[in-house]
Design a protein around this ligand. Structure first.
Ligand code: GLV
Ligand code: MN
Ligand code: MN
Length: 408
């Protein structure tokens, strides 16, 4: 059986992982930043070297398309993920799936394989959603979930506008979003969680993905002197924020449900040691595989916030930054992934994705599924993110096998 070129794939993962390092060696390629441009340029160079047609849409999604005169006009098999990163990231999240997609195309092509439909690889813009929300932005636009103009007007955490930044880095493309309507969509990704490693299983066949709710909470109190204001006379936005955060995290920690909650950003104003905070702004990331339970958690948080505002003498406003329902992937593709793993003598496990992925957006317009490989220590969104080379290669070969089936 044909196999991918392990050295080429691993070499590219490392080469891309070296792009966007700061003086301390930390990797950050936020969407539409200068370092994102450098990563994109490297990737597009590889697409051109591979002889693929390169298409870039108006929101910066990049496609490398392999088509022949015989299969032109057929709906393509699309393989994708993202090459933007979080702050101080690892090298595998997203990049592994994109580069493995390219690797699969190059391998099939070199082997003389003649697919009955085009095969394309996609790098979607702003999957991470760190700088501009929502996350999974490029694939959401591709799937028709939001208009291009809306996301191009998105204002980043630094006040920049996404459309202007994409134009500035040369990735506001000329194609209309949604240019490829896939026959099927595949995404290979590191698990980013502990399950596969803990169970000693090398391949995950991802059958569903949990719902995601992102909110921004703004609490307004009154700035006053830290030394002179009696505790009973304060309108302390910082204290109110602490109470919301502990309510949310204590509640999810104490629950037997798989709900997870994170407060990953917080900012006080005026942010001075001897001033009672007049304002606290923080984000809530709430996830659950069950839509009803996710809604119940959102409702519980909203009710707590309402009563807390009165009790703490503050005003609280909440803005929804992203909201995606849980997704169920295509069972036939999940079964193909399982069969491909077993045929290679590899253990395989059906699983739920805890992370958000472009596949959850593409599942709106095409049968879609994902393949996971283990993450050492379950660590991701961290420079210590690691997957063994043998596991990366095994996952890419499963992708190769399933892609060859779906392209025929
Ligand atoms: C994407 O990385 C997410 O937040 O799940
Ligand atoms: Mn990712
Ligand atoms: Mn990520």
């Amino acid at each position: 059986m044909t196999a991918i070129d392990a050295k080429r794939l691993l070499g590219r993962i490392r080469e891309l992982g070296a792009v966007g390092r700061d003086g301390e060696g930390r990797l950050t390629r936020l969407a539409a930043s200068d370092t994102d441009k450098q990563g994109r340029d490297l990737f597009v160079g590889w697409l051109r070297q591979a002889g693929l047609d390169v298409a870039i849409d108006r929101v910066g999604n990049i496609f490398g398309i392999w088509q022949s005169p015989e299969n032109t006009g057929q709906a393509p098999l699309l393989i994708g993920s993202h090459i933007d990163t979080v702050i101080d990231a690892g090298i595998y999240d997203g990049c592994y799936g994109v580069l493995a997609g390219l690797e699969v195309i190059e391998t099939l092509r070199a082997s003389g394989f003649s697919p009955s439909r085009p095969i394309a690889v996609a790098a979607f813009t702003n999957e991470e959603g760190v700088h501009y929300t929502p996350d999974m932005m490029g694939s959401l636009v591709h799937a028709g979930g939001v208009g291009a103009e809306t996301v191009l007007a998105a204002v980043g955490t630094d006040g920049s506008v996404l459309g202007q930044e994409l134009a500035r880095i040369g990735y506001a493309g000329d194609r209309e979003p949604g240019l490829l309507k896939p026959h099927a969509y595949l995404e290979l990704h590191i698990e980013q969680g502990p399950v596969l490693e803990r169970e000693g299983v090398p391949i995950g066949a991802v059958e569903n993905l949990q719902g995601i709710s992102w909110q921004r909470v703004t609490i307004d109190g009154v700035a006053n002197h830290a030394g002179t204001t009696p505790m009973s006379m304060r309108s302390d936005a910082g204290h109110a924020a602490a109470r919301v955060i502990t309510f949310l995290l204590d509640r999810t920690k104490a629950s037997n449900a798989p709900t997870v909650a994170t407060v990953g950003t917080i900012r006080f104003e005026p942010n001075a040691i001897n001033v009672i905070p007049s304002r606290a702004v923080f984000t809530v990331d709430l996830r659950d595989p069950d839509e009803q339970r996710l809604q119940a958690e959102e409702t519980a948080l909203a009710a707590y916030i309402e009563q807390l505002a009165a009790a703490e003498n503050v005003t609280i406003s909440v803005e929804q930054l992203a909201r995606f329902e849980p997704v169920i992937f295509d069972l036939r593709i999940v079964e193909r992934i399982e069969a491909a793993a077993r045929a290679c003598g590899l253990g395989v496990k059906r699983m739920t994705s805890g992370a958000g992925h472009d596949a959850q957006m593409m599942a709106r317009i095409a049968p879609a599924a994902m393949i996971f490989v283990p993450s050492a220590g379950g660590i991701s969104h961290n420079p210590r993110e690691h997957t063994e080379d043998t596991e990366l290669v095994a996952g890419a070969n499963i992708l190769l096998d399933v892609a060859a089936q779906l392209a025929n």
